[in-house]
Ligand binder design. Structure first.
Ligand code: DC
Length: 188
C-alpha cells in the first residue's frame, strides 16, 4: 500500500512518516530531503539546478546533516519552484513508489506524484504551533523561517483530493501515528 503524507512545514510530516513507516514495516520516502539535496549540491558547485537534479549526484547526500542548514533552508524554495527540477525528482519518486509498500511525505505526493495512493493524509497544525515546533528543533530563527518558507512554497503545497485531514495540534507523535495506522488497517 502507498500512504502519502502531505502538509506544510512544521506539521510533523518527517517525524510522523518515519515512525509510521517503521511501525508498518514500509519503506520511507522523504521528498523534501530530495529537494534539499539538490539545493545543497547547487550551493556547493554553482551548477544549474536542472542539470543537478537530472544528473543524480544529489542522491548520495540524502543523509547529509547539511540538508537542514540555514543556507539550504533559505535556497530550497527557489530550487523546488523550478518545473524541470520537479519533473526530474518526481520521476525518481514514482520509480521508488512503483516498488510497493511505502510512506511518502512531501507537498505534492497525494495530488501529483501518486494520486492513486490507497491512503492520503493531509497533516496540519496551526501556524503558531508549527513555528513553535521548528523553534524547539532548530532555534527561534528557524521557526520564523519555516513560516516564511511556507509562504514561498504555497504554489507547490497542494491538498490532495480525497485526503484525510489530520490535525496534529495537541497530539503526541505516538497518537498521530496510531491514528494513521488505524486508517491503514481499515483500508488494507
Ligand atoms: O519538507 P521539507 O521542509 O524538508 O521540504 C523542503 C523544501 O522542499 C520545502 O521548502 C518545499 C520543497 N518540497 C516540495 O516543493 N515538494 C515536495 N514534495 C517536498 C518538498
Amino acid at each position: 500500500m502507498i500512504v502519502t503524507i502531505d502538509g506544510p512545514a512544521g506539521a510533523g510530516k518527517s517525524t510522523v512518516s518515519r515512525a509510521l513507516a517503521a511501525r508498518l514495516g514500509y519503506r520511507h520516502l522523504d521528498t523534501g530531503a530530495m529537494y534539499r539535496a539538490v539545493t545543497l549540491v547547487v550551493l556547493e558547485t554553482g551548477d544549474d539546478p536542472v542539470a543537478v537534479a537530472r544528473a543524480g549526484a544529489w542522491a548520495a547526500r540524502l543523509d547529509d546533516p547539511a540538508l537542514r542548514s540555514g543556507a539550504v533552508d533559505a535556497e530550497v524554495s527557489s530550487v523546488s519552484a523550478i518545473g524541470a527540477v520537479r519533473e526530474a525528482l518526481r520521476a525518481e519518486q514514482r520509480a521508488f513508489l512503483a516498488l510497493g509498500d511505502a510512506v511518502a511525505e512531501g507537498r505534492d505526493i497525494g495530488s501529483v506524484v501518486w494520486p492513486e495512493a490507497e491512503l492520503k493524509v493531509w497533516l496540519d497544525a496551526s501556524p503558531e504551533e508549527r513555528r513553535r515546533r521548528r523553534a524547539v528543533e532548530r532555534g527561534a530563527e528557524a521557526g520564523e523561517a519555516a513560516l516564511e518558507r511556507d509562504r514561498r512554497d504555497a504554489a507547490q503545497t497542494i491538498v490532495p483530493e480525497g485526503s484525510v485531514p489530520v490535525d496534529t495540534e495537541g497530539l503526541t507523535v505516538d497518537e498521530v501515528v496510531e491514528a494513521i495506522a488505524r486508517l491503514v488497517e481499515e483500508r488494507a
